[in-house]
Design a binder for this molecule. Structure first.
Ligand code: ZN
Length: 220
């Protein structure tokens, strides 16, 4: 904990003064272009991986980068997504899964989660992903972690489309959806290519025009 506290002191003494103009500009409002939904895993730093700064990403995190499908129940994800899309007017939503995801390991073996009843219930939102992979490969094991992680990203994009604020703006082209996968060991970011249905390296999908060539927004 000590390094966290000394980090705040360092930020205030060294980093903040150098970037004062940015923070002054941000002090009275935010205008992020991107809603970034990723796992709560401590190894993921969305701003570091995307080389963005304060004010650029509206970030929602939870175990498994899950978006519960829309319902009349108000949850934290539902409210945050509605706020990002309807109030802040983000034009892109990225769902970013990652390698070695503990939540996905849990989804692969829910019978081991009896001591974590809330985790077990939360990962019920991934069941479509595990069932889809199971239908392709038969019995699931840890070997299928990568497949389930990818399928989960696609599943959560589907869930996003059930949120009214998102659905309306996707149909009108005001919001684009993106499925990403971050590899902790290599630093690679794979992106779902809706044409081929595969996850490819980010440069192959977007080329030199980020966001311009890719849109997961229209359900097939
Ligand atoms: Zn994770």
């Amino acid at each position: 904990m000590d390094h966290v506290i000394s980090g705040v002191a360092k930020f205030q003494k060294e980093v903040f003064p150098k970037n004062k103009a940015i923070f002054q500009k941000l002090a009275n409002g935010q205008n992020p272009e991107v809603l970034f939904i990723t796992c709560a895993d401590s190894r993921i730093d969305p701003n570091l991986v995307t080389q963005t700064g304060p004010g650029e990403l509206f970030i929602c995190r939870n175990a498994g980068n899950i978006v519960p499908p829309h319902s009349t129940y108000t949850g934290g994800m539902t409210a945050s997504i509605e706020f990002a899309v309807a109030a802040l007017g983000v034009s892109h939503i990225i769902v970013c899964g990652h390698s070695d995801c503990g939540a996905m390991k849990g989804a692969l073996a829910p019978e081991k989660l009896d001591a974590l009843p809330h985790v077990k219930e939360w990962l019920g939102h991934c069941r479509c992903a595990t069932e889809v992979v199971k239908a392709k490969v038969g019995d699931l094991s840890v070997e299928h972690l990568d497949d389930v992680t990818k399928e989960n990203v696609l599943q959560q994009l589907q869930h996003l489309r059930t949120h009214p604020a998102v659905a309306a703006k996707v149909v009108s082209g005001q919001v684009q959806l993106h499925g990403w996968l971050y590899d902790i060991e290599s630093g690679d970011v794979l992106c779902h290519d809706s044409e081929s249905g595969e996850f490819k390296l980010i440069a192959e999908v977007y080329g030199d025009k980020p966001f311009a060539s890719q849109n997961e927004g229209v359900a097939e």
